[in-house]
Design a protein around this ligand. Structure first.
Ligand code: MN
Length: 205
Protein backbone atom coordinates (compact mmCIF):
# COMPACT_ATOMS: atom_id res chain seq x y z
CA UNK A 1 0.00 0.00 0.00
CA UNK A 2 0.99 3.60 -0.56
CA UNK A 3 0.43 5.86 2.46
CA UNK A 4 0.97 9.63 2.36
CA UNK A 5 1.28 11.99 5.31
CA UNK A 6 -0.18 15.48 4.99
CA UNK A 7 1.54 18.60 6.31
CA UNK A 8 4.48 17.08 8.15
CA UNK A 9 6.72 20.16 7.76
CA UNK A 10 5.70 23.41 9.44
CA UNK A 11 6.86 25.35 6.37
CA UNK A 12 4.46 23.50 4.06
CA UNK A 13 1.56 23.49 6.55
CA UNK A 14 1.94 27.27 6.71
CA UNK A 15 1.88 27.74 2.93
CA UNK A 16 -1.32 25.61 2.87
CA UNK A 17 -2.89 27.88 5.50
CA UNK A 18 -2.80 25.18 8.17
CA UNK A 19 -0.68 23.83 11.03
CA UNK A 20 1.34 20.64 11.31
CA UNK A 21 0.05 18.47 14.16
CA UNK A 22 2.54 16.23 15.96
CA UNK A 23 0.01 14.26 18.00
CA UNK A 24 -2.42 13.50 15.20
CA UNK A 25 -0.73 13.30 11.82
CA UNK A 26 -3.20 12.70 8.99
CA UNK A 27 -2.88 10.29 6.11
CA UNK A 28 -4.33 9.52 2.72
CA UNK A 29 -3.59 6.66 0.34
CA UNK A 30 -3.05 6.17 -3.37
CA UNK A 31 -3.84 3.03 -5.36
CA UNK A 32 -1.06 0.97 -6.97
CA UNK A 33 -1.88 2.53 -10.37
CA UNK A 34 -0.35 5.73 -8.98
CA UNK A 35 3.09 4.11 -8.73
CA UNK A 36 5.67 5.10 -11.33
CA UNK A 37 9.44 4.62 -11.14
CA UNK A 38 11.93 7.47 -11.06
CA UNK A 39 13.29 8.27 -14.51
CA UNK A 40 9.86 8.06 -16.16
CA UNK A 41 8.18 10.69 -18.28
CA UNK A 42 4.46 11.02 -17.55
CA UNK A 43 1.70 12.76 -19.46
CA UNK A 44 0.27 15.92 -17.93
CA UNK A 45 -2.85 14.44 -16.24
CA UNK A 46 -6.40 15.22 -17.33
CA UNK A 47 -8.76 17.24 -15.16
CA UNK A 48 -6.32 19.78 -13.74
CA UNK A 49 -4.80 23.14 -14.60
CA UNK A 50 -2.50 23.20 -11.57
CA UNK A 51 -0.45 19.99 -11.29
CA UNK A 52 2.04 20.34 -8.41
CA UNK A 53 5.27 18.67 -7.33
CA UNK A 54 5.82 17.56 -3.71
CA UNK A 55 9.29 16.20 -2.87
CA UNK A 56 9.22 13.63 -0.03
CA UNK A 57 11.30 11.15 1.96
CA UNK A 58 9.74 7.69 1.60
CA UNK A 59 9.97 4.91 4.20
CA UNK A 60 9.72 1.25 3.13
CA UNK A 61 8.36 -1.20 5.72
CA UNK A 62 10.31 -4.45 6.02
CA UNK A 63 8.55 -6.30 8.86
CA UNK A 64 4.91 -6.74 9.88
CA UNK A 65 3.95 -4.28 12.64
CA UNK A 66 0.73 -3.65 14.54
CA UNK A 67 0.19 -1.46 17.61
CA UNK A 68 3.90 -0.82 18.15
CA UNK A 69 5.91 1.92 19.82
CA UNK A 70 8.55 4.00 18.12
CA UNK A 71 11.45 1.61 18.83
CA UNK A 72 9.75 -1.41 17.21
CA UNK A 73 8.54 0.92 14.46
CA UNK A 74 12.11 1.99 13.73
CA UNK A 75 13.24 -1.65 13.64
CA UNK A 76 10.54 -2.42 11.06
CA UNK A 77 12.03 -0.03 8.49
CA UNK A 78 13.65 -1.80 5.53
CA UNK A 79 14.95 1.33 3.86
CA UNK A 80 14.41 4.84 2.55
CA UNK A 81 13.79 6.36 -0.87
CA UNK A 82 13.06 9.65 -2.62
CA UNK A 83 9.45 10.18 -3.66
CA UNK A 84 7.23 12.66 -5.47
CA UNK A 85 3.59 13.09 -4.39
CA UNK A 86 2.27 14.70 -7.58
CA UNK A 87 -1.01 16.51 -6.90
CA UNK A 88 -3.94 18.11 -8.73
CA UNK A 89 -3.71 21.18 -6.47
CA UNK A 90 -6.75 22.95 -7.91
CA UNK A 91 -8.96 19.94 -7.16
CA UNK A 92 -7.39 19.49 -3.71
CA UNK A 93 -8.01 23.15 -2.82
CA UNK A 94 -11.61 22.83 -3.99
CA UNK A 95 -12.15 19.59 -2.01
CA UNK A 96 -10.55 21.10 1.12
CA UNK A 97 -12.80 24.15 0.96
CA UNK A 98 -15.89 21.91 0.73
CA UNK A 99 -14.71 19.36 3.32
CA UNK A 100 -14.72 16.62 0.65
CA UNK A 101 -12.33 13.67 0.15
CA UNK A 102 -9.08 14.21 -1.76
CA UNK A 103 -9.09 11.12 -3.97
CA UNK A 104 -9.26 12.70 -7.43
CA UNK A 105 -6.74 15.35 -6.33
CA UNK A 106 -4.23 12.87 -4.93
CA UNK A 107 -4.88 9.37 -6.33
CA UNK A 108 -3.76 10.44 -9.79
CA UNK A 109 -2.45 7.81 -12.23
CA UNK A 110 1.38 7.83 -12.19
CA UNK A 111 1.54 10.41 -9.41
CA UNK A 112 3.44 8.37 -6.79
CA UNK A 113 6.99 8.54 -8.11
CA UNK A 114 9.57 6.37 -6.36
CA UNK A 115 13.36 6.08 -6.54
CA UNK A 116 15.41 2.99 -5.74
CA UNK A 117 15.12 2.05 -2.05
CA UNK A 118 18.36 2.44 -0.07
CA UNK A 119 18.43 -0.25 2.68
CA UNK A 120 18.94 0.72 6.32
CA UNK A 121 21.82 -1.76 6.47
CA UNK A 122 23.64 0.45 3.92
CA UNK A 123 22.60 4.02 4.84
CA UNK A 124 21.29 3.74 8.42
CA UNK A 125 18.41 6.02 9.44
CA UNK A 126 18.70 9.51 7.87
CA UNK A 127 17.63 11.95 10.61
CA UNK A 128 19.05 15.08 8.98
CA UNK A 129 20.28 16.20 5.58
CA UNK A 130 19.22 18.27 2.63
CA UNK A 131 15.97 17.47 0.81
CA UNK A 132 15.75 19.41 -2.43
CA UNK A 133 13.80 19.60 -5.68
CA UNK A 134 14.43 21.55 -8.86
CA UNK A 135 12.39 22.09 -12.02
CA UNK A 136 14.40 22.68 -15.22
CA UNK A 137 17.46 23.32 -13.03
CA UNK A 138 15.79 25.94 -10.82
CA UNK A 139 15.57 25.03 -7.11
CA UNK A 140 11.95 25.11 -5.90
CA UNK A 141 12.05 23.14 -2.63
CA UNK A 142 14.96 23.06 -0.19
CA UNK A 143 14.78 21.95 3.44
CA UNK A 144 16.37 19.63 5.99
CA UNK A 145 15.02 16.28 7.20
CA UNK A 146 15.41 17.68 10.74
CA UNK A 147 12.29 19.77 9.99
CA UNK A 148 10.04 16.69 9.83
CA UNK A 149 7.35 17.20 12.50
CA UNK A 150 6.75 13.46 12.94
CA UNK A 151 9.75 11.19 12.35
CA UNK A 152 9.41 8.06 10.19
CA UNK A 153 9.31 5.88 13.35
CA UNK A 154 6.61 8.09 14.90
CA UNK A 155 4.54 7.90 11.71
CA UNK A 156 4.81 4.10 11.56
CA UNK A 157 3.92 3.75 15.26
CA UNK A 158 0.88 6.01 14.77
CA UNK A 159 -0.31 4.21 11.59
CA UNK A 160 0.17 0.82 13.27
CA UNK A 161 -2.71 1.71 15.60
CA UNK A 162 -5.02 1.57 12.58
CA UNK A 163 -3.40 -0.88 10.14
CA UNK A 164 -1.44 -4.12 10.17
CA UNK A 165 1.54 -2.72 8.29
CA UNK A 166 3.32 -5.19 6.04
CA UNK A 167 6.59 -5.56 4.14
CA UNK A 168 6.27 -3.57 0.94
CA UNK A 169 4.08 -0.85 2.43
CA UNK A 170 5.45 2.61 1.68
CA UNK A 171 4.94 5.82 3.63
CA UNK A 172 5.54 9.17 1.92
CA UNK A 173 6.46 11.40 4.86
CA UNK A 174 5.29 14.81 3.65
CA UNK A 175 6.75 17.71 1.72
CA UNK A 176 8.49 20.95 2.76
CA UNK A 177 7.40 24.36 1.47
CA UNK A 178 7.96 25.43 -2.11
CA UNK A 179 5.39 23.21 -3.83
CA UNK A 180 4.36 24.55 -7.19
CA UNK A 181 3.11 23.84 -10.70
CA UNK A 182 4.76 21.89 -13.49
CA UNK A 183 4.00 22.12 -17.21
CA UNK A 184 4.46 19.85 -20.23
CA UNK A 185 8.15 19.82 -21.17
CA UNK A 186 9.34 20.28 -17.58
CA UNK A 187 11.98 18.07 -16.02
CA UNK A 188 11.93 17.50 -12.24
CA UNK A 189 15.07 16.46 -10.35
CA UNK A 190 15.19 15.79 -6.63
CA UNK A 191 17.66 14.48 -4.09
CA UNK A 192 17.89 13.67 -0.42
CA UNK A 193 21.28 13.71 1.22
CA UNK A 194 22.33 10.19 2.18
CA UNK A 195 19.33 8.59 0.44
CA UNK A 196 19.43 9.13 -3.32
CA UNK A 197 18.02 10.98 -6.28
CA UNK A 198 14.77 11.04 -8.25
CA UNK A 199 13.68 12.41 -11.61
CA UNK A 200 10.46 12.84 -13.58
CA UNK A 201 9.65 14.33 -16.97
CA UNK A 202 6.27 15.83 -17.90
CA UNK A 203 4.96 15.53 -21.47
CA UNK A 204 1.81 16.63 -23.28
CA UNK A 205 -1.37 14.59 -22.77
MN1 MN B 1 2.51 15.09 0.02
Amino acid sequence: RLFFVGQNYKSHAKEMGSEANKKSPFFFTKSLSAYVPSGSTISYPPGTKNFHHEMELVVAIGKPVFEVGTQAAKESIFGYACGLDMTRRDLQTDARSKGLPWDIAKDVEKSAVLSAIAPVKTIGHPMSGLIELSVNGEIRQSADLRELVNSPAELIAYLSNFYHLKPGDLIYTGTPSGVGPVLPGDQIEGHIEGVGTISLGISNQ
